[in-house]
Unconditional design. Structure first.
Length: 276
């Protein structure tokens, strides 16, 4: 088999099952379950004959989790998917056809359909060379990544695929959008609802940390400061306001944003993990 599918999950529940069921059973699926839930691993491997579930030693986040799955795969191509995606019947076949036609590429991706009820426009052009594709669904040409490297594991959440695409283009390699391959993105539903509050706190922390790290890494420290200072000031005043009006939930969100920015500025690693 020329293709392995990798899905990084964190207690994704029914959303993950919906994604798996949309994939043809002939394709092997590797799930990296960041919740370290052995009961879930056994359940998934019992229900789906084509699924192998890996439990890492700790919550690796998006980038390192996908790296683990990609390294585990023995196939020529690896398709990474978010658990909140749903494939059309020809999503994979159209990707693979174009992969064999293009040949010289690092990554390719399908068109994302954000609205489940949307009827996508049928385009005549099959593929387009681009600078960036979204991280919901990316097909890797594995042989290209010995020199480029996979996702930067300093990120835990956000900016990983932007950083990777920037490195690919800088190295002179190619990225393509496959316009006749479509995938649905449910959006914002990669975990069970009962984890919403803690995951929202985690997202706010990592959005700010990763923003600063990305611009510091790819441009300069002072350019990164210029990109986050408005967010810092806004978050500071909103934190004070919501503290005064005793809105604990909003206060904690802006506290997380402040903490993420400050940890980026002082050079701390991306250490925050959801308390679940």
């Amino acid at each position: 088999m020329n293709l392995t599918i990798v899905i990084v999950s964190f207690n994704s529940g029914d959303i993950l099952h919906r994604c798996i069921k949309s994939i043809d059973k002939k394709y092997p699926i590797t799930i990296v379950e960041n919740s370290l839930n052995n009961k879930l691993k056994l359940e998934l491997e019992k229900i789906y004959s084509n699924v192998t579930c890996i439990l890492p030693k700790e919550n690796l986040g998006y980038g390192a989790g996908n790296n683990l799955g990609i390294k585990h795969a023995k196939s020529k191509y690896v398709l990474i998917l978010n658990p909140d995606t749903i494939l059309y019947e020809d999503t994979i076949s159209n990707l693979l056809i174009q992969a064999e036609i293009i040949k010289d590429f690092s990554i390719i991706g399908p068109r994302i359909v954000e609205n489940e009820n949307e009827k996508p426009e049928i385009l005549k052009k099959d593929n387009e060379s681009v600078q960036y594709i979204k991280g919901f669904a990316i097909l890797f040409n594995k042989e290209k990544f010995d020199k480029i490297g996979l996702f930067d594991e300093n990120y835990f959440l956000y900016f990983e695929e932007i950083d990777l695409c920037k490195r690919i283009i800088k190295s002179g390699n190619k990225i393509y959008l496959i316009k006749n391959s479509l995938i649905k993105h449910v959006g914002g539903k990669s975990h069970e609802d009962k984890f919403n509050v803690e995951m929202e706190l985690s997202r706010n922390w990592h959005w700010m940390w990763s923003t600063f790290y990305f611009y510091k890494k790819n441009y300069s420290y002072f350019y990164a400061i210029s990109k986050v200072y408005k967010n810092f000031l806004s978050s500071f005043f909103k934190f004070i306001f919501y503290s005064l009006v005793l809105n604990k939930e909003k206060k904690m969100i802006y506290y997380q944003r402040l903490s993420g920015i400050l940890n980026g500025i002082i050079g701390s690693k991306s250490w925050y993990r959801p308390k679940i």
